[in-house]
Ligand binder design. Structure first.
Ligand code: APR
Ligand code: PHB
Length: 390
């Protein structure tokens, strides 16, 4: 078997890359370890930057997002109960779209099925060979071993995937920050507490009120990394959430029976470079951001847009420049998103080790934000998404 681009992983990064390549007439094969059902039941983030919305729409993958997604022109920040709205649209002329990553994945899966392009789900033991020369990928499906030869391999297999692990450690540098807390999330079929997202700092810890639709809410509480969901029955969760919100938001919060509850650790990771021979890393395989800035899915989308442009240039016979510059080009934007996610996390969370000095610096950061349009513009332009340069 042979294809031009072997894509490892059918998350949003792999599916979007396959979609963009297919529109350009460049064939690809996606290898995914899990079943489609498993991929679609993972609950992930839900805020799309303007650039992600534009990419989905312009590539013909945005119909349902445009019909069902919720455009948001602002977010609310709350600090020890004091609230301030950041008017994203007035500050930047741009906005964001609330539309679940699961739905983006579902739409891209449907498009791929329609296009007839191949995806092998439940591909076991995926292994990369001769990545520096004539790359091949082997995998086991239904008990038989298959071999796929290709021009390039796109490692879109997330943080625990095989692609990054196939690069010799001496060829990669890993940059990492582990935060001393996690997020406990619940999904509930109740209308959201407010029309817009609320990011709340409280001495007891961070809280986030998000949503998936007008009738489905997603709430998070900062918790200990080793927290167990069993320790958080719904009554305890909502009582704690109300304590961390402003009095108005606490009064408006509708409690319900959660349909999902999970704990996720927070960390920042970047590996460099994102190319090893003919293997290219994109999305969570290349970097992790803490969810505070809502950047994970959006970074994956801007990575694959650049990777697609690099492959398209190569196959059009124009130049190898895109391929040669991919890593440096996307890393510049990745680091800016890492900075923003780190800053939002630092501003809004309660750090177990923090002393009076750091807590007053956090408060001063919030007070400055509230009083300065320039500071709000910095937040708004990062939140709605920075341009792809170069
Ligand atoms: N072989 C084949 N597929 C694999 C392997 C493997 N060895 N390891 C992992 N995968 C698959 C996973 O099952 C998953 O479906 O790769 C896919 C990676 O998808 P994601 O983890 O969703 O990563 P990505 O597509 O980069 O999406 C970016 O945005 O909101 C954030 O972190 C969130 O997942 C999200 C990310
Ligand atoms: C979510 O809805 O899951 C969500 C929204 C905003 C974030 C993180 C997660 O910053």
């Amino acid at each position: 078997m042979r294809t031009k681009v072997a894509i490892i992983g059918a998350g949003p990064a792999g599916l979007m890359l396959g979609h963009l390549l297919g529109r350009e007439g460049i064939d690809s094969l996606i290898l995914e370890r899990q079943s489609p059902g498993y991929v679609l039941q993972r609950i992930r983030a839900g805020v799309l930057e303007q650039g992600t919305v534009d990419l989905l729409r312009d590539s013909g993958a945005g119909a349902r997002m445009l019909a069902e997604g919720l455009p948001h022109t602002g977010i609310e920040l709350s600090f020890d109960g004091d609230t301030h709205r950041i008017d994203l649209a007035a500050l930047t002329g741009r906005s964001v779209m609330v539309y679940g990553q699961t739905e983006v994945t579902r739409d891209l899966m449907a498009l791929r099925a329609q296009s007839g392009a191949a995806t092998v789900y439940e591909a076991a033991d995926v292994a990369l060979h001769d990545v520096g020369g004539a790359p091949r990928v082997t995998y086991v499906k239904d008990g038989r071993t298959h071999e796929l030869a290709c021009d390039f391999i796109a490692g879109c297999d997330g943080f625990h995937g095989v692609s990054r692990a196939s690069i010799p450690p001496s060829a990669l540098t890993v940059f990492e920050r582990v935060y001393p807390f996690g997020w406990l999330g619940v999904l509930v079929d109740k209308p959201p507490v407010a029309d817009e997202l609320i990011y709340a700092h409280h001495a007891r810890g961070f809280a986030l009120c998000s949503m998936r639709s007008a009738t489905r809410s997603r709430y998070y509480l900062q918790c200990r990394i080793e927290e167990s969901v069993e320790a958080w029955p719904d009554d305890r969760f909502y009582a704690e959430l109300r304590r961390r919100l402003s009095p108005a938001a606490a009064a408006a919060l509708q409690q319900g029976v959660s349909i999902e509850k999970s704990v996720a650790p927070l960390r920042s990771v970047v590996v460099e470079p994102l190319r090893f021979g003919r293997l290219f890393l994109a999305g969570d395989a290349a970097h992790i951001v803490p969810p505070t800035g809502a950047k994970g899915l959006n970074l994956a989308m801007s990575d694959v847009r650049c990777l697609f442009e690099a492959f398209a240039d190569h196959y059009r016979g124009n130049s190898a420049a895109g391929i040669d510059h991919y890593s440096a080009r996307v890393l510049r934007r990745i680091w800016k998103a890492e900075r923003f996610s780190w800053w939002m996390t630092t501003l809004l969370h309660a750090f177990p080790e923090s002393d009076g000095f750091s807590r007053r610096i956090q408060r001063a950061d919030f007070d400055y934000l509230v009083s300065s349009q320039a500071a709000q513009t910095v937040l708004a332009e990062n939140y709605t998404g920075l341009p792809i340069e170069g």
